[in-house]
Every structure is written in structure tokens, then in C-alpha cells.
Design a protein around this ligand. Structure first.
Ligand code: SF4
Length: 223
């Protein structure tokens, strides 16, 4: 839906370059052919409009457009959520290949833990707009410390372990608080199984070592 339905895709792919005033039309067309080939779109199709492409192809076109201005960092906001599962794998593998080839940094936003596990070197877990846990993907996903991260990971069914790895922990029932009326103290207090009077103070993201940090006094104390 981010592609202009009236623009041939070669123009869409090179729009960032055109906005920056770089290159002649011939040069931009050559760039579109090069990027289309890179992401797996046949360059004979570049005069077509977006509706002529499948969802996976449109996502490839969006990736080509992101690459056209030669960025160092790309923000990927739920890049595969609208795609079916087999196409998701193709797009993720394409992104990994491009990252290695072009030495890109991705900031990936996702609700899909499997996607995060497949793609990430570092992970930040957010709750109500705050980072509650930050660290290497291995540490956060395999040894989560914050109660919210632990409950989040336990909510994903896996074949290699029982559903509730952190037995006895369950989120308190109730609605997610509104971010217009944030809870006092720790934002997770109303749903945390370990909430106590000590959680009434705002929590800060506390470094645990060179790579990891957590926003919970109890996790910092190691209990
Ligand atoms: S500070 Fe308290 S309420 Fe917040 S996550 Fe830690 S134990 Fe739970």
C-alpha cells in the first residue's frame, strides 16, 4: 500500500534518487533495472503498475526503493506481516543477503518472535513505549530477565519445550493500560505477577553488563 498505484514501478524504485535531484532519467532507469535484478524482479516488468505484482513482489519493489538512495540504515516496520508464510521466508532471506552484501544496519520492528530470532543481533523489548529489556538476541531470547519478556516468549508455542517454561508466571488479567494514562511507578505493575510495593517507583533501564540492560529492580537484583 506504500506504492503509488499510478506510477510505473521503475519510477517508484528511483523516487528517492529523483527527490534528491540525482541522475538523468536514463541513469535512473538503469539504476531501477540494477536494483530490480538484485531483489528478484525481472526488469522487463518495470513499466508495469503495482497492481500487476503479487504481495511478495511488491515487498521486493519496496526494498529496491529503500536501497536506491544507498542508505546505511533501513527501518523495517513489520516487513513480512502482510505476506503468507512461504513468501515471508523468501523476503527475510533476501533481506539477510542484502544486509551482508551491502553492510546494512536494520532496525526491525516486529511482533513475530520467530522473525526476530532469525534476523536480530540485538533486541529491545518494548512495553507501553518504554524499552524494558535490551541486549544481545541470544541473551534476551534465551535468558530473558524482565517478567514481561519472559511472559511474551512463553506465549509462543514451541515444539522443543513445554508451553510455560517459566512455570507459575502468568500475566494478570485485564486490559493493557492506556498510554494516555500511564501507570504510576513501573509501567508493567498492573499486570506483573511479581508486583509489590517496591514497584511504585519509576524504573530506569539499568545496565547489567556491557551489552544487556533491564528496567526492573527485581531482575537487577537477580531474583
Ligand atoms: S519493577 Fe516490579 S512490577 Fe515492574 S516488572 Fe519488576 S517486579 Fe514487575
Amino acid at each position: 500500500s506504500s506504492l503509488d498505484p499510478r506510477l510505473p514501478v521503475w519510477r517508484t524504485i528511483t523516487e528517492p534518487v529523483w527527490l534528491q535531484g540525482h541522475g538523468s532519467e536514463t541513469e535512473r532507469r538503469e539504476l531501477a533495472c540494477e536494483l530490480a535484478t538484485l531483489v528478484g524482479i525481472r526488469h522487463e516488468y518495470l513499466d508495469r503498475l503495482p497492481h500487476a505484482f503479487s504481495g511478495g513482489q511488491r515487498q521486493r519493489i519496496a526494498i529496491a526503493r529503500a536501497l536506491s538512495a544507498q542508505p546505511d540504515i533501513i527501518l523495517l516496520d513489520e516487513p513480512t506481516s502482510a505476506l503468507d508464510i512461504s513468501v515471508q521466508a523468501q523476503i527475510l532471506n533476501l533481506l539477510v543477503m542484502l544486509q551482508r552484501q551491502r553492510k546494512l544496519t536494520y532496525v526491525l520492528i516486529s511482533h513475530n518472535i520467530s522473525v526476530i530470532r532469525h534476523m536480530s543481533d540485538r533486541v529491545a523489548v518494548m512495553y507501553l513505549g518504554q524499552i524494558v529489556e535490551l541486549g544481545t538476541a541470544h541473551n534476551v531470547l534465551n535468558h530473558p530477565r524482565h517478567p514481561y519478556t519472559r511472559l511474551l516468549l512463553d506465549s509462543v508455542p514451541r515444539l522443543d519445550r513445554p508451553l510455560l517454561q517459566h512455570a507459575g508466571e502468568t500475566m494478570k488479567t485485564g486490559e493493557l493500560p492506556s498510554n494516555r494514562r500511564l501507570p504510576q511507578g513501573c509501567f508493567f505493575r498492573e499486570r506483573c505477577p511479581y508486583a509489590s510495593v517496591d514497584c511504585g517507583q519509576p524504573q530506569s533501564l539499568t545496565p547489567l553488563n556491557e551489552t544487556d540492560g533491564v528496567r526492573c529492580w527485581r531482575a537487577v537484583a537477580g531474583s
